[in-house]
Structure formats: C-alpha cells, structure tokens
Design a protein around this ligand. Structure first.
Ligand code: AHR
Length: 509
C-alpha cells in the first residue's frame, strides 16, 4: 500500500492561460458506423430523429457542452468531394470509401446535414478540406458555398439547395495527415501546397477562417519546423487576413504495435501501465512541438491543434477491421482524464483538441447497438462530462510540494497521480486521477489566495479497470458522489481509491 500523502499548492487568485473550450472538441469521420448508424439514421428510421440525425445522440453530446465537431475526416477528407454531398439525396453520386472498409458511401450525409447537426448540437463546425485528391478551386468553392452572403455562383447553388443565409464556419483544415493518407507528401511539398490552398480559402463577409495546416505525426518535430518556417510568418494568427492560424498534431495511445494494438477489454496490469505510459507521452510531444513553434513564434500567435487523439485498440471480434469499432473501459476513461490534465498545462499554445472519434469509432463517447439501436454512454463520455467546467476557465497552476507516487514500467517511470485545476468566476474545479491499478492515494491541496466553500465531489471508478458499459449494464462505469473529501476552506484533503477519477468543485470566497 502507498500511504504517502501528495502535497500541492494552488494559488487560486493567480489565473493562468485560459483553457479553451475547444480542447474538449470532437471528431466525426465517414468511417464505420460513426456517421451512418451513429449520428445519422435517416429520416425513415424508427429511432427519433431530426432530418435523419439521431436525437438521443444530440442530447447526450449537448450535455457535454460539445464545443466543436471536425468532419468529414481524417483520411476520408482527402478523398471527399463535397459537391457529391449536396442536392436531392437520390441524385447524389455514390463513391467507394477506400480508406475505411471499401464500402460504398452514398453521400446522403453531406454539407447541409453536417451543418444541421452542428446547429442541433450547438457546436462550431470544423471542416477538413481535401488537398490530397481535390483542387484549390473545389476547396475555395466550398468556403464560398458555406460562408458567402449576397449573390455569387456558389451562393445561388446553396440557395437552390434550400439554405438562404450563409453559415458561420471558422475552423478550416487544409488537408489531413499530408505525410500519409493525405497524399504521402514531404513536409516542404505540403507546406508549399498549403500556402496555395490557404490563399484561395477566402474570408467572405464577416466570416473569419481559422486555417489549420495538416501537422505532424507524433514526434515528427521536423515536420512542425518546416511548417513553421514556411507558413508561420504568414500566420499572424488570430489576425484577420493571416493565412494560417494553427498547425495540427496527431498522436494515438497504442501500447502494442500497429499490427497488434492490444485488446480493448481483455488486458493485464502490465498492458494497463504500458497504456498509461503511452498516454503520458502526450506531455512530452506537446512540449516538443511547442518548443519548435516557440522558436518561430515566441508570442504564440499560431495555435497548436491536437485534432486526433485517444486510444486505438484491435477492433471488437466479429466487426469489420476497417470500421475501427472498439469497446471502452475504465482504462480509456483514465487515458482521457490524464490527457485533459496535460492539455490544461499546455493551454497557452494548445487551442483545440479533438478526440477520435465521437460515436462508434475508436475512443468513442457513445456506442450504438447496430441491431437494437440502443445507445450506451462510455466511461470516456463521463470524463468529458465531469470535466466540462474547465471549458473556458482560467487554468490554475498546481505546484507539487512532495514527490508524486510513481511506478517503474519497463524503462519508464509513470507518475500515478495526475491533477489539474481551473477557475471560472467564483467556481473552482479540480480534477484528480489515480492511475495506480492497486493502491489508493491521498492528496492534500493547500489553497492560497482564497477560501473554498460548498465543496462537492464526484468519482468515476469501478471494480476493475476492464469494466465497461453495455446495453445490459449501461451504468457499470458512471459518476457518483464522492464523500472522501475533507475541506477546512483553505486545505482540501482528497482520498483517491485505486484506478479512479475524481472531480472536486467549490465556490471561491
Ligand atoms: O481516426 C482514424 C484515422 O486516423 C483518421 O482518418 C486519420 O487521420 C488517422 O490516421
């Protein structure tokens, strides 16, 4: 047993960088059952829907304050031709989704359906354009179709398809994974292409695009450096008229190999710790890419967008290998809670993050049963819900006064307690994860510069790390009140059972 108490100080009156709500962003690709059967069931479905969009999915995501949704991919984005997805559905041409299962895509979920989904969710759209197999004109026309007011060829087409008013679309991806499925380009070639594409993605009327260049894979710092050299100075990010406002980064938590990533639900303690070591690498990666960006952009005007992250396991037995359908256990929840602590610490540079993916694919929030249609909220969903108070809050620095409990995992050391804190007006939210599979931990937080009152706490844990939610046991992993928090007003003592995620909230006086 580990009986040491971790001591830390939080200066509640010293506000750090704002934690953008967009760090809690999402991703929906035309992949497996994410769109069809997940978000979209069609107007004739028995499942309650609005224009084919599942209303129970919408309700569940609204409860997370879902800030944005990235679409249509991923790899799919670079073979998607948006004009195939507008107009009467029975006249939309089909295509083959060559990346994901080689299935036919009927294009029934297209631009108008996606924008309707975002409106129902109250989420900002993040559209990823096609550089790999598209043209500059195609991307330029899409921006015009979506965002231009008044009269123009694309505006007339949009109006003919039933939408008079332009939409507001800020987030715009210039290709995806250009180093791989997005065209297998070199960094320099992509950077030059991206300049051309971005030039013709215009700011129409009052719409200001936030152009996101397709960034690095994992620890490819050279890619980030090339983009910063070639695009960074064009950025003048967040300044109207700049060509680039952000670069992306993709990193998945995979403790095995690409050929055998490990099973989502059948795993041992060693597999678990290896997973957490891989998840914790996100801190090293964000630090590394931020350091490169700092060299070219010390005032942090270009944002970093981690628009694909999360666990990637072997697919569930019996499902299409190209559909990336996986279960989600308490282990996935702890991967998510650890990521959020890391994201909060990098809030000065990291402006957006999108977990992959929202429904039925990879580390999903929601799983829907293909036969009964039943909807299940995953353990990961609950971390997003418990943490939503951090959205747009000021981060609070946590200074450790004692050593963090740790475990040796092969040649790595895993800190087994992770925490982060924020405040919004007079509300404080502290998130704490105990990653230890077996031992409880106690944390003593010395709050300086203020007192906390009306303290409440919730916990997410289960009998085992392998526990997951299913249609038969939908609440096997669900938050419940946590009564093991003691407060003097200026000192909080929090007990963390083994493999648990705890949030503590209070009013600052
Ligand atoms: O999220 C699944 C895939 O992972 C995306 O399509 C791609 O961008 C990444 O390789």
């Amino acid at each position: 047993m580990n009986n040491d108490v971790l001591s830390a100080v939080i200066n509640v009156d010293v506000k750090g960088p704002t934690i953008s709500r967009h760090l809690y962003g999402h991703f929906a690709e035309h992949l497996g059952r994410c769109i069809y059967g997940g978000f979209y069931v069609g107007e004739d479905s028995d499942i309650p829907n609005a224009g084919g969009i599942r209303l129970d999915v919408v309700e569940a995501l609204r409860a997370l304050n879902i800030p944005n949704l990235r679409w249509p991919g991923g790899c799919f984005a670079d073979e998607y031709h948006w004009m195939d997805g507008i107009g009467p559905k029975d006249r939309r041409p089909a295509m083959v989704n060559t990346h994901w299962g080689n299935v036919e895509e009927n294009n029934h979920f297209g631009t108008h359906e996606f924008m309707a989904l975002c409106e129902l969710l109250g989420a900002e759209p993040y559209i990823n354009g096609n550089v790999g197999s598209g043209t500059v004109k195609e991307m330029s026309d899409w921006v015009e179709y979506l965002t231009r007011d008044g009269d123009s060829p694309m505006v007339r087409l949009r109006k003919a398809n039933g939408r008079d008013e332009p939409w507001r679309v800020r987030f715009w991806g210039i290709g995806n994974e250009a180093w791989g499925c997005g065209g297998n380009m070199t960094a320099q070639h992509y950077a030059d292409e991206a300049r051309r594409y971005a030039t013709f993605c215009r700011d129409h009327g009052g719409n200001r695009l936030h152009r996101i260049a397709a960034g690095a894979n994992s620890d490819d710092y050279a890619w980030t450096e090339t983009l910063m050299k070639t695009l960074g100075h064009l950025g003048c990010a967040r300044r109207p008229g700049g060509f680039f406002q952000a670069l992306s980064l993709h990193y998945y938590t995979i403790p095995g190999t690409w050929d055998d990533k490990g099973d989502a639900t059948v795993f041992g303690t060693d597999d678990y710790y290896r997973t957490m070591v891989q998840a914790a690498r996100t801190d090293e990666l964000l630090t590394g890419h931020s350091n490169v960006m700092d060299c070219y952009d010390p005032t942090k005007t270009v944002g970093l967008v981690m628009d694909e992250w999360g666990t990637w396991w072997n697919v569930e037995p019996g499902t299409d290998p190209g559909f990336l359908h996986q279960q989600n256990t308490l282990r996935d929840a702890l991967v998510a809670s650890l990521h959020f602590d890391i994201f909060h610490r990098h809030a000065a540079r990291l402006v957006m993050a999108n977990i992959a993916q929202t429904v039925n694919v990879l580390q999903a929030m929601i799983l829907t049963d293909p036969d009964s249609g039943a909807l299940v909220l995953t353990p990961t969903y609950h971390v997003f819900e418990m943490n939503k108070g951090h959205q747009d809050a000021a981060s609070l620095r946590v200074d450790l006064l004692s050593d963090v409990p740790a475990r040796e995992v092969g040649t790595d050391t895993l800190a087994t307690v992770s925490l982060s804190a924020s405040r919004k007006d007079d509300r404080m939210l502290i998130s704490l994860s105990n990653l230890d599979a077996a031992d409880a931990a106690d944390v003593e937080l010395d709050l300086r510069g203020g007192r906390v009152e009306e303290v409440t706490s919730r916990i997410l844990t289960a009998g085992s790390l392998q526990t997951c939610n299913t249609p038969e046991t939908p609440a096997a992993v669900a938050p419940r009140p946590h009564d093991q928090v003691k407060s003097t007003g200026t000192v909080l003592r929090v007990h963390l059972p083994a493999h648990s995620f705890v949030t503590v909230e209070g009013r600052l006086a």
